[in-house]
Write a protein that binds this ligand. Structure first.
Ligand code: DGP
Length: 112
């Protein structure tokens, strides 16, 4: 989508610190990190939110890429969290499906 900030990051129109990229998925550092490690994993395809996913392969690509990035960043021992905010009550602010990969400190539960 032409006015979507994450589409622009995925296609290189807006610079970002990429940590992973393949034909379907892009991962980059969050501009406003909430933990020492805060990576966003997104599909290249514009999908507005988790509620709009129709093809289950989107999930397998997103989740397996996030787990692979966590392995590559050495996060398995201490652990990490994957979060997908959806809609207003879920705290979603960017309307392009994204998975937050958070690590590097003890993360509180329940979320605020
Ligand atoms: P959410 O609230 O779940 O929709 O998360 C959106 C995240 O996107 C938020 O943590 C900040 C991040 N973000 C927003 N704009 C940009 C940007 O231009 N670049 C990067 N790297 N991250 C962004």
């Amino acid at each position: 989508m032409s006015d979507c900030i994450f589409c622009k990051i995925a296609n290189g129109e807006i610079p970002s610190q990429f940590v992973y990229s393949d034909d379907y998925v892009v991962a980059f550092k969050d501009v406003n990190p909430q933990a020492p490690v805060h990576v966003l994993v997104i599909p290249r395809e514009h999908i507005a939110s988790s509620a709009k996913v129709e093809d289950s392969s989107v999930w397998s690509r997103l989740m397996s890429s996030a787990a692979k990035i966590a392995r590559e960043l050495g996060l398995e021992t201490d652990g990490y969290r994957m979060v997908i905010n959806t809609g207003e009550h879920g705290g979603q602010t960017v309307p392009h499906l994204h998975l937050h990969l958070l690590a590097g400190r003890n993360l509180g539960w329940p979320p605020g």
